[in-house]
Design a protein around this ligand. Structure first.
Ligand code: TRP
Length: 349
């Protein structure tokens, strides 16, 4: 079982020096970020990085299971990198790298594959969903499924276990992957002793509660997102289209039922949120006005970051350099752990 973990303070070494625990997460490069990505993943991960030694990486080889266009993969990687930097990731604090720059990940992945029950992967949601879809459409069950997609959870386990990770912040959709990671690590340790650190998932509940403009969870696949770095008019449009009920301005309303308020409350300061809440309850709030206010708030919140994002995207050499520097630091952690694994299993040390 993956548990929710309270943020623990640094653990203390015997000699009194503080050693920070490791938090790690993979960022699947999926293009321009939206408000749901920011509130659900980026912001909490940046907060976690204040307590832990964070390793955050772009999972470009995971993306290869679906992205088969070279230019697109490069562009997506740059977008994800620029997004995190623009939104406040400090590469001097966080070890920020590209998965494909760490050859040790792929070696560990093989070793772990030899301890992964195939049945575990058969039951993995992402794979099973495609199989089920094929079956219900009358197609051959593994139609259009590559082995990379099938072994995706093993590569993810390697990403995590290679760094002695303690906690992994992820969305609910990744919970099963974390369970597989733990299962594989425990199986490995049962055979060789205490070699791998068993990670815990930190599941962010909030991920689920950020509605898109139609009230369902904000997600690119639902086409209901509010982008962060798009030009103003492309932010205004979806905001003005947020679905509401048909109550009139003078009617009292429940703020907790309102999709506009659900987003607004994450960006306005506490006093403003309290005042708005009261206005909803008392009556006197027009949805159209509330949308305009939310749009203005998003503009002020993200305008500096949008400029920074655009600068970074104009300067992809700089992005590559930052990722390369990050990968050197990451490998300093990975190499000794892989050496321990090699020694444990009995391949060439
Ligand atoms: N599978 C994750 C996702 O889709 C991305 C990922 C890859 C990841 N490797 C990871 C997340 C390791 C956490 C830890 O979002």
């Amino acid at each position: 079982m993956v548990q929710q973990v309270k943020i623990e303070l640094k653990s203390e070494e015997e000699d009194g020096t503080k050693l920070r625990q490791i938090t790690l997460t993979g960022i699947k490069p999926t293009g321009q970020p939206h408000i749901g990505n920011y509130l659900g993943m980026i912001k909490p991960a940046l907060e976690l990085a204040e307590t832990y030694q964070a390793l955050y990486f772009i999972a470009d080889y995971h993306a290869l299971t679906t992205v088969k266009d070279k230019k697109e993969l490069i562009h997506l990687t740059h977008q994800a990198t620029a997004t995190w930097l623009a939104l406040g990731l400090d590469p001097n604090e966080v070890i920020f790298y590209r998965q494909s720059d760490i050859p040790e990940v792929f070696e560990l992945s093989w070793a772990l594959a030899c301890f992964t029950a195939k049945g575990l992967l058969n039951r993995a949601h992402a794979y099973k969903a495609i199989v089920d879809d094929n079956i219900s459409e009358g197609r051959e069950e593994d139609k259009n499924i590559n082995v990379g997609l099938f072994t995706y959870p093993v590569l993810m386990a390697a990403d995590i276990l290679l760094f002695g990770t303690h906690v992994v912040p992820v969305g609910l959709d990744q919970q099963q992957h974390l369970e597989i990671t733990r299962d594989v690590a425990l199986t490995f340790n049962r055979n060789y002793g205490d070699v791998l650190t068993i990670p815990e998932a930190v599941i962010r509940k909030e991920v689920m509660t950020i509605p898109g403009i139609d009230g369902r969870k904000m997600s690119k696949s639902y086409n209901n997102v509010i982008p962060i770095f798009a030009p103003s008019n492309q932010v205004r449009k979806p905001v003005m289209r947020i679905v509401t009920d048909s109550r009139l301005p003078e009617d009292p309303k429940d703020p907790d039922e309102c999709n506009i308020f659900a987003i607004y409350r994450h960006f306005a300061d506490a006093d403003a949120v309290a005042a708005k809440r009261q206005l909803y309850l008392d009556g006197g709030l027009a949805y159209g006005e509330m949308k305009k206010e939310l749009f203005a708030l998003l503009e002020t919140t993200f305008s500096a970051q949008r400029d920074r994002y655009n600068d970074l995207m104009d300067n992809t050499d700089e992005l590559d350099k930052i990722l390369e520097e990050g990968s050197e630091k990451a490998r300093d952690i990975a190499v000794p752990i892989l050496a321990k694994v090699r020694k444990a299993v009995g391949v060439s040390p």
